[in-house]
Ligand binder design. Structure first.
Ligand code: BES
Ligand code: MN
Length: 470
């Protein structure tokens, strides 16, 4: 150990503070590197961006190598590649698998962005760009904390693996397949993931539940071509009208999803969890104000947090059909399509549910139109037991970094692969979210709080240190 390092230790009272100080000194550089990462338009949903996905995977692999990781591998898949790295220099110590995704959501509607989505800018203590929060900014934190360990102490306190995928935003199908055949490669004692939100600004949060997702499409076809709505209207079923009728029958008057057997296997909320939620004191009024609605609505008999975190839902995500350009055109369209997704709670089975939805929609559709119901992708929800060394280490780490007591939350969003990590690798997942619900993920002007980027770096260091001692 160098004399300089000894002094640093003396002055700061602990070995990890040396790492943290190194991160403080290099914060501006890391921000610049993150900007380069954000400049790559890695939109997984668009076939036209395939080359950008490859470029982004290369960039991530390069950063892992520069950080000091070894055995860097880019695994091709039927879709976008998976980036893997490991450093196994501490036999006898635990192994952490750090997961993130380098793919981002599409950017539409582009006209609502204040700055171009792939030209990152810093304003008001935030970095703005598509992917700034979800998820490049959040997982970049862990790459840099690992780098700081190597640069200061020359090693990590435990074994670390990274897995970065390029298909999270489109359902993680290929990573789930990869996991089935690569359990040895990914073997670990805990999975660390920063891809969720903190309960509120400044509140250190560990999330222990995610909803699953079932994404479907309903296509209603009427006449074999668009028709003049005057010549034919009134005598022929209009696919948009019929689709609207179908959609209106997907919920009952109490806000429950009307598909038979939809709630059959929904995990009930324990008394302990219910009490924990009421302690959060979420104000419906403030929540409504924040998103610009007059009042909230949802399934009768449940609080807002219960609805968001513990109840399944069904929402239309988009409708396509008829004339949507400027002005008027009198047309009776040939077809109409709705994109419909359902958020799921353990132990709802997406495959069985898809069949129920299909059956129900066919049962309410009139004979005058042809209806096709198809599944785009699906994933299970998960609830992670709170009693584990990894969760304890995570809670301690964020609490130390943010200087407050840690909140334990569930989350309405989904990260499809988490349930597979937990079940197949038999390792707890620590969801150490650094985002905020107000960061506009999946929306124009996505951003990430610089304060969370910075404190996230420290939390990562504290976690690796803390978990290495368990
Ligand atoms: N980071 C999100 C998950 C998330 C959303 C966490 C909101 C916290 C708050 C993730 O990237 C995501 O968007 N997941 C998709 C998954 C889907 C496309 C399979 C989601 O939840 O819609
Ligand atoms: Mn996302």
């Amino acid at each position: 150990m160098s004399i300089g390092l000894f002094r640093a230790l003396e002055n700061n009272g602990g070995i990890v503070e040396v790492v943290v100080n190194y991160l403080k000194d290099n914060f501006e550089n890391y921000l610049e590197e993150l900007k380069s990462y954000l400049r790559i338009p890695s939109i997984s949903a668009l076939a036209s961006h395939k080359d950008q996905m490859l470029k982004c995977a290369d960039f991530a692999a390069e950063k892992l190598k520069d950080a000091g990781m070894t055995r860097i591998e880019i695994f091709p898949t039927a879709g976008h590649p998976i980036v893997f790295a490991e450093w196994m220099g501490k036999p006898g110590k635990p192994t952490v698998l750090i997961y993130g995704h380098y793919d981002v959501q599409p950017i539409d509607p582009l006209n609502l962005w204040k700055d171009p989505p792939f030209e990152p800018v810093i304003r008001d203590g935030k970095i703005f760009a598509r992917g700034a929060n979800d998820n490049k900014g959040q997982h970049f934190v862990h790459i840099k904390s690992v780098e700081a360990f190597f640069k200061t102490l020359g090693e990590l306190p435990l074994n670390v693996k990274f897995i970065l995928e390029g298909e999270e935003e489109i359902g993680s199908e290929n990573l789930v397949k990869f996991l089935k055949t690569q359990q040895d490669l990914l073997k670990c004692d805990a999975v660390l993931i920063s891809d969720t939100s903190m309960y509120a600004k400044g509140i250190p949060t560990i999330t222990y539940g995610l909803r699953g997702l079932l994404y479907m499409e309903v296509e209603v076809v009427g006449p074999d071509r668009d028709l003049h709505s005057g010549s034919f209207g009134g005598a022929v079923a209009n696919p948009i009208n019929e689709l609207a009728k179908i959609i209106s029958k997907l919920h009952d008057k109490n806000g429950k999803v009307a598909v038979p057997n939809f709630y059959k296997n929904v995990l009930k909320l324990s008394k302990k969890e219910k009490d924990n939620f009421t302690r959060f004191k979420l104000s419906d009024k403030e929540y409504a104000k924040e998103i610009g609605v007059k009042e909230l609505q949802g399934e009768k008999g449940f609080s807002t947090l219960e609805r968001l975190w513990t109840r399944p839902t069904l929402d239309c995500n988009g409708i396509i059909g008829g004339f949507i350009e400027e002005g008027a055109k009198t047309v009776l369209p040939s077809k109409a399509t709705a994109k419909i997704s359902m958020r799921l709670i353990p132990d709802q089975d997406p495959v069985k549910l898809a069949k129920e939805v299909k059956k129900y929609i066919h049962s309410i559709a009139p004979k005058s139109v042809k209806v096709d119901v198809r599944t785009l992708h699906y994933g299970n929800g998960v609830v992670i037991p709170l009693e584990s060394k990894a969760i304890n280490a995570g809670a301690k780490a964020v609490s130390k970094a943010f200087g407050k007591k840690t909140f334990f939350t569930r989350e309405g969003g989904s990260i499809p692969v988490v349930v597979d990590f937990v079940k197949q690798l038999k390792a707890p997942a620590v969801l150490m979210g650094l985002g905020l619900d107000s960061d506009n993920i999946h929306s124009p002007n996505e951003h990430f709080l610089l304060e969370n980027f910075e404190k996230g770096l420290y939390a990562s260091v504290y976690f690796l240190d803390e978990f290495s001692n368990s």
